[in-house]
Design a protein around this ligand. Structure first.
Ligand SMILES: [Zn+2]
Length: 295
């Protein structure tokens, strides 16, 4: 595999650690409002990287972002992970060389000193742990994990409702609890705030109620880890279109608009969790909405 592009944000370097490319989602299964007659004008830049040749299926990526600053080595979200039993078929029992890809970037798991989470869905927490002698052990033994408190509360509510043996709560038990039990978790309150020097959590609810995007300031540069405020670049051109993964569509739309305006106003380099291609880019305003330019 070609070495991934490393982006500079001031003193920091940001590099994608790839995991999966999914081609099985129909456009309307991801975004019910998707209509070919409304998207024809975007097909030139979307096909084939983000939309298949037949214009019927989107392409979705799962990956993590590695951030290396002069002081720290950290990951923003940790993708799906290996060996996890999942009810979503493409995420079930993966055997992906994610840690080998990280090693190719010169990073051993022991060297990761922080993991930051936008939210705690199964496709963002998987590599928090790995199966070792039949047990889920923290993959990054020296890392402090920083995450939105509300997301932990949501898992507690879900475990209370569904029980500990449900497939619905498996991601908590295999990918969150082992890190909590290792005593290496710090939480961010509902108002967001600074986590580490230069890293700021911004509440962007909608996809889920505890969801946060993460800004990275370094020198005059700014990076923005959007999280799941959007799942496909069509939602930049059409920010009012929600994906099926949004829990609260109105809040999701408001958060997406906030995030896109924020990206324009700050001149951010935006790092997305599910766009294929380079997964990174910048946003500008258009008369109808916003435009995306891949970096
Ligand atoms: Zn996601």
């Amino acid at each position: 595999m070609k070495k991934p592009q490393a982006y500079r944000v001031g003193d920091a370097t940001v590099t994608r650690v790839s995991e999966l490319l999914l081609h099985d989602f129909k456009t309307t299964e991801l975004i019910p409002e998707w209509k070919p007659e409304l998207t024809a004008c975007f097909e030139e830049w979307m096909v084939p990287t983000y939309l298949d040749e037949a214009h019927t299926h989107v392409v979705i990526s799962t990956h993590a972002w590695l951030v290396q600053t002069p002081d720290h080595t950290l990951l923003v979200d940790t993708a799906v992970g290996n060996d996890k039993k999942r009810s979503i078929p493409p995420f079930d029992s993966l055997r992906e060389p994610f840690l080998e890809r990280l090693a190719e970037l010169g990073v051993r798991p022991e060297a990761v000193d922080y993991v930051l989470h936008t939210h705690l869905h199964s496709d963002h927490i998987g590599w928090n742990t790995r199966l070792t002698d039949g047990r889920w052990e923290p993959t990054f033994p020296n890392a402090r994990t920083i995450l939105p408190q509300r997301e932990l509360d949501r898992w507690a509510e879900r475990v209370e409702k569904e029980g500990a043996d449900s497939p619905k709560t498996a991601p908590y038990f295999d990918s969150v609890l082992p890190v909590l039990e290792a005593g290496r978790v710090s939480v961010i309150g509902p108002e967001g705030g600074t986590a580490l020097d230069g890293f700021m959590f911004h509440p962007t609810p909608g996809h889920c109620s505890g969801h946060m995007s993460i800004g990275l300031s370094s020198g005059a540069d700014y990076g923005f880890f959007s999280g799941d405020v959007m799942h496909h670049p069509i939602q930049i051109a059409r920010p009012e279109w929600s994906s099926v993964f949004s829990e609260d569509h109105d809040k999701g739309r408001a958060s997406r608009r906030w995030a896109l305006n924020h990206a324009v106003e700050t001149g951010a380099l935006v790092f997305t969790p599910h766009f294929p291609g380079s997964s990174a880019g910048s946003v500008s305003r258009t008369p109808e909405g916003f435009a995306w330019r891949f970096a």
